[in-house]
Design a protein around this ligand. Structure first.
Ligand SMILES: [Zn+2]
Length: 330
């Protein structure tokens, strides 16, 4: 009897020890990660002024703030103009909310956008919503060619002084396709406006970091958000100086996107905003094959069914190869 009791106590002690050990290791890992997120001494992007006409080309509603929320805030503060184009018709990601949503899903997101951008005084007339379908819309050769022409017309009409978009780094296939479409438009029509890209989702794309992000809620030490590009191009990176008030405003803008994962948006809001001139990508390679990015790894670990999203992006990528080769040969 006593022996049994002693064994039980020993097992309980072992379990408690294991839990404590895991907890300490988790906190230690986050601490080491934060140390690793050292502050680079980035140069600043020239401060926008009253002549600035910034065009943000986002894929989805909310990407515009994650890409260049700070730059938009500064431009509006300095009496410049901000234009935002959404390349994708945003219905995906809202399927599970269908019973809560009484209005059209996409128009709901559009309302959120108008509210978010209205907070800094961007007029509704300066916001344009295109109707390309989520995830597969731009993986069709005709749609992609039309999209490139749409982007060219938009650039000609707005005549921006600077353009921002998300990088081609496998953060999301819609972002990658939009990056490709903009780069193609620029190359095809020899557009010389400065174009900057943002890592956006790339910042938490390593397997190790994503695990820690998922565990963070149980940890005392919190992860310091730190954006970076997948490719080592630190010397080209610029940032924008944002005050505490600007960061608060950016958070408030993100808060308008109630239909989206607020937690995901929240962790990014006070990270430094970084950009680099549009990178010369090899678009004949899908972006997520350059590096074995997180989602791809998780999807491999979990099995085929979870790969669906990536296969959607992956296989039809072949479909637009002709456009890619056409652009690359110019
Ligand atoms: Zn997006």
């Amino acid at each position: 009897m006593r022996k049994k009791l002693r064994n039980r106590i020993r097992v309980i002690k072992l379990i408690v020890f294991a839990i404590v050990l895991i907890y300490v290791l988790m906190n230690l890992s986050i601490f080491i990660l934060n140390m690793h997120y050292k502050n680079f001494d980035y140069r600043y992007i020239p401060e926008p002024d009253s002549d600035t006409r910034a065009l943000i080309i986002a894929s989805h509603h909310d990407d515009e703030i994650l890409i260049a929320g700070g730059y938009m805030i500064k431009t509006m503060q300095n009496n410049g103009e901000v234009y935002v184009m959404f390349n994708i018709y945003g219905g995906a990601g809202l399927e599970n909310l269908s019973d809560k949503v009484t209005v059209n899903k996409s128009s709901w997101r559009e309302e959120e956008t108008v509210k978010a951008l209205g907070l800094i005084g961007i007029k509704e007339d300066n916001i344009l919503f295109l109707t390309n379908k989520d995830q597969t819309g731009l993986l069709d050769i005709d749609n992609m060619e039309r999209n490139i022409e749409d982007i060219v017309s938009l650039i000609k009409e707005i005549n921006p002084s600077i353009i921002f978009l998300a990088a081609y780094e496998g953060g999301h296939c819609d972002h990658d396709m939009t990056n490709f479409a903009v780069a193609s438009a620029i190359k095809k029509y020899n557009i010389t406006i400065p174009v900057y890209e943002s890592p956006e989702y790339t910042r938490y794309r390593s397997f190790y970091e994503e695990m820690l992000f998922r565990l963070e809620k149980f940890s005392i030490i919190k992860i310091r958000p730190y954006p970076r590009f997948l490719y080592n191009t630190e010397e080209e990176i610029v940032t924008i100086n944002m005050s505490k008030e600007d960061l608060e405003l950016k958070k408030k803008m993100l808060d308008q996107y109630e239909s989206q994962s607020i937690d995901l948006l929240r962790i990014t809001h006070n990270a430094p905003e970084i950009f680099r001139p549009l990178h010369e990508y090899n678009y004949s390679q899908p972006p997520y094959e350059h590096k074995d990015t997180l989602i791809y790894k998780i999807c491999k670990i979990r099995g085929k069914s979870n790969c669906e999203f990536f296969n959607v992006c992956r296989i039809p990528f072949e479909n637009i190869k002709t456009v890619i080769e056409g652009v690359n040969s110019q």
